[in-house]
Design a protein around this ligand. Structure first.
Ligand code: R5P
Length: 261
């Protein structure tokens, strides 16, 4: 692997543990002012010390995040539809590779929607992005987005994840499911899981733990952190699982303790 790309990969997935805690704050690109991210700069500022990597849009990065930070950025570079559109996640490239480089990114993120009428558009968009990003040694994180009516089971997610890898993903971001080992084992690149909708903290911590046990290298988690009753305590608890091998019970005890501080 080219040194630059290898270095960027090592900034995203920490070599010391081979894992990563990515903080996803890109939701506004199709959801608008998501609960918890009404003022993204303020939320991110308090969470950043505990994140290995930040995943924002360029608008939030430029306007709300201090350029003095040294946290690697995986920049959301796809979009095109909103939550109101019936063709949700019919996405294309929304950021040029030049602008991503200008923003000094460690990686770029693009969503594909396998199983929709517009899957071809998203796959061709991904392929174009991979061509452009590879030229500069920039890893592409592919999000296997799950549109309305699509399943979140191992059969579907292994299909979408494998397709993402076959089309050039350096990292795949997908959802946790039963038999997640199958998704990981049949995907030749590292996998991180999205958190999905907010759930009780013990459940989110267990999901992160189970995903790692199944072979994921980490999480790219958003709502289950920034919508927690204590986001700073929650990200630290997730970190205990990712980098310190805490089990879900230990991590939840840690969370409760941090909440009291
Ligand atoms: C969705 O496509 C966005 O990339 C989100 O960043 C992603 O779903 C992860 O966030 P959450 O943990 O809230 O699901």
């Amino acid at each position: 692997m080219d040194w630059g790309k290898s270095n960027r990969m090592n900034r995203i997935i920490r070599p010391k543990t081979g894992r990563t805690l990515m903080l996803a704050v890109d939701h506004g690109y199709f959801l608008g002012p998501t609960t918890g991210l009404e003022k993204p700069g303020e939320m991110v500022k308090q969470l950043l010390p505990y994140a290995d990597c930040l995943m924002p849009t360029r608008g939030v990065l430029r306007n709300c995040i201090d350029s003095k930070i040294d946290t690697p950025i995986v920049l959301r570079v796809s979009g095109g539809t909103s939550i109101l559109n019936k063709n949700l996640l019919h996405e294309g490239i929304t950021v040029s590779i030049e602008d991503a480089i200008r923003l000094n990114v460690a990686g770029v993120a693009f969503s594909i929607t396998v199983g929709t009428d517009w899957e071809r558009d998203t796959i061709l968009g991904l392929s174009q992005l991979v061509d452009e990003a590879e030229e500069f040694g920039i890893p592409v994180v592919v999000v296997t987005a799950v549109g309305k009516g699509l399943g979140k089971d191992a059969r579907y997610l292994s299909l979408a994840s494998r397709m993402a890898a076959e089309h050039g993903a350096s990292i795949v971001k997908t959802y946790f499911c039963e038999n997640f080992e199958k998704v990981v084992d049949t995907c030749p690149v590292p996998i991180v899981i999205a958190g999905g909708k907010k759930m009780p903290e013990p459940d989110a911590l267990k999901m992160a733990y189970d995903a790692l046990q199944a072979g994921a290298v980490g999480v790219d988690m958003g709502r289950n952190i920034f919508q927690s009753k204590d986001p700073v305590a929650m990200i630290q608890a997730v970190r205990e699982i990712i980098h310190k091998d805490a089990n879900p019970k230990e991590a939840y005890e840690f969370f409760k303790q941090k909440c009291k501080e």
